[in-house]
Design a protein around this ligand. Sequence first.
Ligand code: UD2
Ligand code: MN
Length: 590
Amino acid sequence: GKIIIFCLIALCFILYHKVQTSGDEDVPALGRAGALKGHGRDKFNLYSDSENEIARPATKSPYEQSIQLDLAKQRPGLGNNGVAVHLTGSAKERGEKIYKKIALNEELSEQLSYNRTVGDHRNPLCASQRFDTNSLPSASVIIIFFNEPYSVLLRTVHSTLSTCNEKSLKEIILVDDGSDNVELGGKLDHYIRTRFPAGKVTVLRLKNRLGLIRARLAGARMATGDVLIFLDAHCEGNVGWCEPLLQRIKESRTSVLVPIIDVIDANDFQYSTNGYKAFQVGGFQWNGHFDWVNLPEREKQRQRRECDQAREICPAYSPTMAGGLFAIDRRYFWEVGSYDEQMDGWGGENLEMSFRIWQCGGTIETIPCSRVGHIFRDFHPYKFPNDRDTHGINTARMALVWMDDYINIFFLNRPDLKFHADIGDVTHRVMLRKKLRCKSFDWYLKNVYPEKFVPNKNVQYWGKVRAVNANLCLDDLLQNNEKPFNLGLYPCGKTLQKSQLFSYTNSQVLRNELSCATVQHSDSPPRRVVMVPCSESDKFNDQWKYEDQQLVHTNSGLCIDHEGLKNMDDVIVAPCDLSSESQRWVIDSN
Ligand code: UD2
Ligand code: MN
């Protein structure tokens, strides 16, 4: 009798989920026996215990029951290989609702098994790489989290256990940065105790929320592995992502390494890459934000010269790192100044560590055969105490210590931070810089990141581009550089402000930090001045002649003109006319 009832329940369950879920792939309706076998990787047989226990949940603790309900909700095979999954019906609605709240589809995450696979997106050349498998340094993986969705966090841990070389993976340290989500308490502990190999996974619980910088420091203090590998709490690795990192550190202990970071979609959990041929490295903007940039040609040449493997899979020097996913020799981490522990909340620590590593004798390298997916979210699902701009404050701390005179360009972009009361004292970090005899920021720019445009270097003029006969200045009207945009006009600011900061370079390019001026392709006047993303090489950026106060576009022979235009209009070009006052411009930094 019991068996029949059980089968009926199982059938209902399967039918229910068939209706609820539909993936891009076909999910086979599995019988009871196969129900847990369709999960992706299960190196440690992590699902087998629960399989036996499902039949008699009544005798189990509430944690155990809840865990078993979670496991029963999972759809084996769903999202395997990192394909997108689209929920239907009420599950879709639940997914949309939670997505609006936390920028992540937690409903779908709960339906994907903890060890779904994401596929192998590595360059095929990686397959022939050999590692000193028996003598690699050991790794402590440190995963920090604050109120991370429980299933997402567990998937990160499972993924690490099954994709990171087992022999080298000494421990996984989860640092709970004062979460108040109850699932992340006793239930998580119970899961770890009952499902993971004894002693592999530990949780360090911080009493108060300390912010991600101090959370990482707390994890690092506990770690005993030779190498620290930091991960965000929403990551899934490709097979074999640990070995190339550990091998490189074995060869070069002051190399700080990042995997290629792929994108896991926060809504459908699709794992996507830009293909295995090209990847980006880290850059920065003068407002103190991290950005991604293409691997510079100069670096490709260095790889060809200095690396004996195929260039595509050689370590690639990266001017900065994103911050969340990296590997570093544990002792070197402390020697080179770990983190600025007075940085609060979120943000800024990544550029601080990047500049520090390079200026103090280390390197930052992207390791192409190591790929890890990360869930990028549209917004942060958490707030900071008093809504403090911790990113800005931390970045100002960084700039005060590492940027020397270039801090003026930073403050030009972030005037709000120049006299900010919460920046605090950085004396101990300046002392560290002295003690380590670190190089200057100027050295860094010249040697590590010569592609980075400096508004007042290698230029003939820089500052405001002001009309001689009106209080109007060229202004980017704070438009985003990712797409071309029309250059605008705006009353000149009393002081120089970011949106009016332009440079006329030695190679006669008219530009701001990221965008270069060109002229709209159009037969019918008026033709507008358009700002397009600058090329790494000035060969491909338009030239302008600046003569008799006129700005003449070399290709078209037309002049920048504001005749008949007012505040907020798009600036245009017109046939050059030396008698026209509206074609005369002054460029200066006053
Ligand atoms: C990026 C980094 C992130 C960090 C940040 C700058 C990647 C992929 N991510 O932002 O690691 O360097 O830039 O600071 O490079 N967390 C806490 N306590 C907090 C807030 C967050 O523990 O008070 C955890 C959070 O749960 C997550 C990690 O810190 O595991 C990073 O936070 P995020 O994922 O919101 O940051 P992200 O990826 O936007
Ligand atoms: Mn993250």
